[in-house]
Write a protein that binds this ligand. Structure first.
Ligand code: ADP
Length: 332
């Protein structure tokens, strides 16, 4: 096979798990059992499930940190079996909890690691480090020469993402990347990553055990059950609306109706949906059009109203959304 065929092609690539099995040596049952799913190019797929259900094993088989014992994984049109494991790992961004930075290297040197291994010239490496640090909002002049211990947890995680992206990999693997962050920092870094992903559109596989994180981050979510079996693979909306069995229903939570509302924006409804209450609009509590239906519902309960005023740019009033309209959207 030519050298070219031993690399993942550039650009975001589809990832296919094709009847993948992993049984660890000495184990009596598989850690991952007959996993088949396709992650479309450029999407974020979250692997979600209880501890020990095989999520990390599934993730690590993509870059051959764990070797499948059955089936195949394809990235683009290449089977990972045909790719050299070292080459493969260099062309896949990998982000782990606590960022996994080298503590004795500066931030700039951490980000430069893979480009240097790939033999990029010095100027190209330096330019790329500056570009990556800009991308994650940590200017080179201020942060480049610091060491990981001199950053906050959230900043370290951003550097972990910058490092994973440095060689412009078509695929990113993220193993509970934000698990060690406090809830507020975690929300920020999640939002930043989603905004970044809008621009870079890599194919991402992301392990989580947190349903809220999965619903927020995933274009699709794969729910695993004990024994490494795939229970359901769907968009967050469908998982929350139509869990395929009791296990999935329990896993997505009794408040799955509210979780669905958190995925819908006031702007998705007609601004004056439901019965307009125009004479009293000024007295209704207001929310911006990009607020979620869940926030609107919460505000109505807190304020004892049955509608909210929806505001656009410059606080212009776009109309109202009523409790009834939210109920209908939730049931649709
Ligand atoms: P999760 O990420 O969902 O918590 P893992 O993929 O880490 O699950 O583990 C799935 C199963 O495989 C567990 O039973 C775990 O004990 C086992 N396992 C994980 N890694 C190894 C290993 N290196 N050697 C043997 N068994 C392992």
């Amino acid at each position: 096979m030519s050298q070219e065929n031993q690399r993942i092609p550039a650009g975001a690539q589809e990832i296919v798990f094709d009847h993948v099995v992993k049984t660890y040596p000495g184990a009596t049952s598989p850690a991952v059992d007959d996993l088949s799913l396709t992650v479309p190019a450029g999407e974020i797929c979250v692997l979600l499930g209880p501890s020990g259900s095989g999520k990390t094993t599934a993730l690590m088989m993509v870059n051959r940190l764990a070797e499948p014992t059955g089936g195949d994984i394809r990235i683009g049109d290449r089977s990972i079996r045909d790719l050299d494991p070292i080459q493969l790992r260099r062309s896949i961004g990998y982000v782990i909890q606590q960022a996994g930075l080298f503590p004795h290297l500066t931030i700039a040197a951490n980000i430069a690691t893979v480009p240097k291994v790939l033999g990029w010239d010095k100027k190209r490496v330096n330019d790329r480090v500056a570009e990556m640090l800009d991308l994650v909002g940590l200017p080179l002049a201020e942060f480049g020469s610091r060491y990981p211990a001199q950053l906050s947890g959230g900043q370290r995680q951003r550097v972990g993402i910058a490092r994973a992206l440095a060689a412009d990999p078509p695929v990113m693997l993220m193993d509970e990347p934000f698990g060690a962050l406090d809830p507020i920092t975690r929300e920020h870094v999640q939002d930043e990553f989603l905004a970044l992903h809008e621009r870079i559109r890599k194919t991402v596989i992301f392990v989580s055990h947190d349903i809220d994180e999965a619903v927020k981050m995933g274009d699709r979510v794969a729910i695993f059950r004990e024994g490494g079996k795939l229970a359901q693979y769907d968009t967050p909306q469908t998982l929350l609306k139509e869990p395929c069995d009791d296990f999935v229903a329990r896993f997505v939570g009794a408040d799955r109706g509210l979780r669905r509302l958190s995925l819908m924006r006031l702007a998705d409804l007609e601004p004056s949906a439901g019965t307009a209450v125009s004479d009293a609009v000024g007295e209704l509590p207001g929310l911006p059009a990009d607020a979620s239906l869940r926030s609107a519902l919460s505000l109505m309960v807190a304020e004892g109203t049955d509608a909210v005023r929806v505001t656009g740019e410059d606080h212009t009033v776009l109309g109202t959304v009523t409790l009834d309209a939210i109920r209908k959207a939730g049931a649709a």
